[in-house]
Design a protein around this ligand. Structure first.
Ligand code: FAD
Length: 523
């Protein structure tokens, strides 16, 4: 095909450029360049896999896929790119679980980050090193959070990071490039707030260790930095003793004001739930959506569906809470939970409690993934839209979006809505949040399951963004995607000049993570 032809041709030109290098450059440089090229795969399967992501919306072909055996290989690749008259772009790819091509590299080289862990019998231990004394784990940027969890639990009587994303089969480098949010973030901040040190290979090919006190500009830029400043090859993440079990609770509401008041109460408490999230179920989701879920049984769902008819509410809201416990606190956890529930205003009787192991709770979306895969509902387009909405505007957002634009939307996914405390975020980092003490993460996590779904969902997303703009809601996109540099400028607001300055310092040719579409690459 033409694509194969182009790939082969471009690699020949890379190879012939090696020849040019060989005539004028030092022998060491030649060897390094040859070593780099030998780790680039251009077979059809590799190219196809690196041309798509979880979103199944953007498709773009790289020149090749690089398989590093060590961080210094990544440095060599970047230096090789910079030695070219027209440097090629370089995109680290963790699991490619982005929605809009953020880990793709059109005509460039995709770095297959999982290659770093080698093939020695899945010895994650070599790139996941726990310090029980220091209460931290040093972990390769390519590692999956599920493997980090398995490794840390084996130490110190069971240790674990404090903050988790809902889904654990994504990489440390991928989530730290965004923020890494979940139900524990209200108390401990996002995952980026829990990182103590990083090893980064910058866009100049330098391998730099950074922290709050050492090369701090690179540390802050990289955390939430959308892959723009360097490739994270190691992160030091704080640990705590892991609980053994979890009381996993859902509380139903038909009144959004009671729902948000209770969520805000819960995230203001120093003790109470250890995890707080929330979901919105629109009328059609309850009456036409799935007949069971990993949490609710079919009869519970039927009861909830009846409720929307009884109350006349356009939506039902759930608080999802989790209270951790272990051997010592097992005797008192029920009492503690009961006391907490008494403070809340959920619909009478509509409290659902499961008692599960900690790992089962953390890996709940992994279990859901298996079901979706077998139903053929995983590898479909995911036009996800994630927004941070300031607390002062959340009811307006609810009225305009959930009870307005999406009121009669086809039930095709999940709607998340939960608050976080801004003081747990570090404003020196690149991740952007609204300018209020409390803001809501709202996730429209919908899948295109049938013909016409993708176009319709994209239109609805545009309508939601248009509504927020016109109403001046002051949202920030999370896992952001914008089509123009102007929109990115607006996203970063008064951090923009700092972002641009650090980009010029650490990736002056703008070769890194081009799929984010923030800076035009220097090609
Ligand atoms: P990729 O998609 O491979 O990469 C993402 C970006 O980071 C790209 O620009 C890439 O170039 C760059 N990158 C990748 N690795 C590195 C590295 N080592 N160094 C520097 N840059 C790098 N997010 C949350 O915060 N909370 C959630 O609860 C949550 N739930 C999710 C559930 C599902 C089912 C899915 C699919 C995603 C979810 N996400 C969640 C989003 C997820 O955190 C991001 O999409 C993340 O980027 C995925 O990691 P990845 O390894 O697949 O990254």
């Amino acid at each position: 095909s033409l694509a194969t032809f182009l790939i082969v041709t471009s690699l020949f030109s890379t190879a012939s450029h090696l020849g040019t290098l060989a005539s004028g450059a030092q022998p060491d440089e030649d060897l390094s360049a040859l070593d780099v090229v030998s780790k680039i795969r251009t077979d059809w399967g590799s190219i196809v896999r690196a041309s798509l992501d979880f979103g199944h919306i953007v498709e773009t072909t790289p020149m090749g896929v690089f398989h590093p055996a060590s961080p210094s290989d990544i440095s060599a690749l970047i230096r090789f790119s910079l030695s070219q008259p027209a440097p090629f772009t370089v995109s680290p790819r963790g699991q490619g679980h982005s929605s809009r091509g953020q880990a793709l590299a059109s005509g460039g080289i995709v770095v297959d980050m999982p290659s770093l862990q080698g093939h020695n019998g899945g010895d994650h231990g070599r790139r996941v090193n726990v310090s029980v004394d220091g209460m931290y784990v040093d972990v390769g940027g390519e590692q999956l959070w599920i493997d980090v969890l398995a490794a840390t639990l084996r130490h110190g009587g069971g240790l674990a990071p404090r903050v988790w994303t809902d889904y654990l089969r994504i990489t440390v480098g991928g989530t730290l490039s965004n923020a890494g949010i979940g139900g524990q973030a209200f108390r401990h901040g996002p995952q980026i707030s829990n990182v103590q040190e990083l090893d980064v290979v910058t866009g100049t090919g330098d391998m730099i260790t950074c922290s709050r006190s050492q090369n701090s500009d690179l540390f802050f830029a990289t955390l939430g930095g959308l892959g723009q400043f360097g490739v994270i090859t190691r992160a030091r993440v704080g640990l705590e003793p892991a609980p053994k079990r979890v009381k996993w609770v859902r509380l139903a509401y038909s009144d959004v004001r009671l729902f948000t008041a209770d969520q805000e109460l819960l995230i203001s408490k120093a003790a109470g739930f250890d995890y707080v999230e929330g979901q919105v179920q629109l009328n059609r989701t309850l009456t036409e959506g799935r007949r069971s879920s990993s949490f609710f049984s079919a009869s519970e769902l039927a009861r909830l569906a009846g409720l929307t008819l009884d109350t006349g509410s356009a939506a039902i809201y759930y608080i999802e809470g989790a209270m951790y416990y272990d051997g010592y606190s097992a005797a008192t956890v029920d009492q503690k939970l009961e006391a907490l529930l008494e403070e809340l205003s959920f619909l009478p009787g509509l409290v659902f409690i499961r008692d599960v192991a900690y790992v089962q709770f953390l890996d709940r979306v992994g279990q859901e993934e298996q079901k979706l895969r077998s139903a053929g509902a995983w590898d479909v387009p995911h036009p996800w839209l994630n927004l941070f909405v300031p607390k002062s505007r959340i009811h307006e957002f609810d009225a305009g979006v959930f009870k307005g634009i999406l009121k009669d939307a086809k039930p095709v996914g999940l709607l998340l809505m939960y608050p976080m405390n801004k003081n747990k975020w570090d404003n020196q980092m690149t991740a952007m949040t609204p300018d209020e003490d409390v803001f809501y993460a709202v996730g429209l996590l919908r899948s295109a399951m049938g013909p016409g779904d993708l176009e319709r969902l994209e239109k609805e997303n545009e309508a939601v963004l248009g509504f927020c703009d016109r109403a001046g809601i002051g949202c920030k996109q999370y896992l952001p995607h914008y089509a123009s540099m102007d929109a990115w400028r607006q996203h970063f607001g008064n951090k923009w000049s700092w972002v641009a300055e650090l980009k010029a310092k650490y990736d002056p040719k703008a070769i890194l993570s081009p799929g984010q579409g923030i800076f035009p690459s220097a090609r």
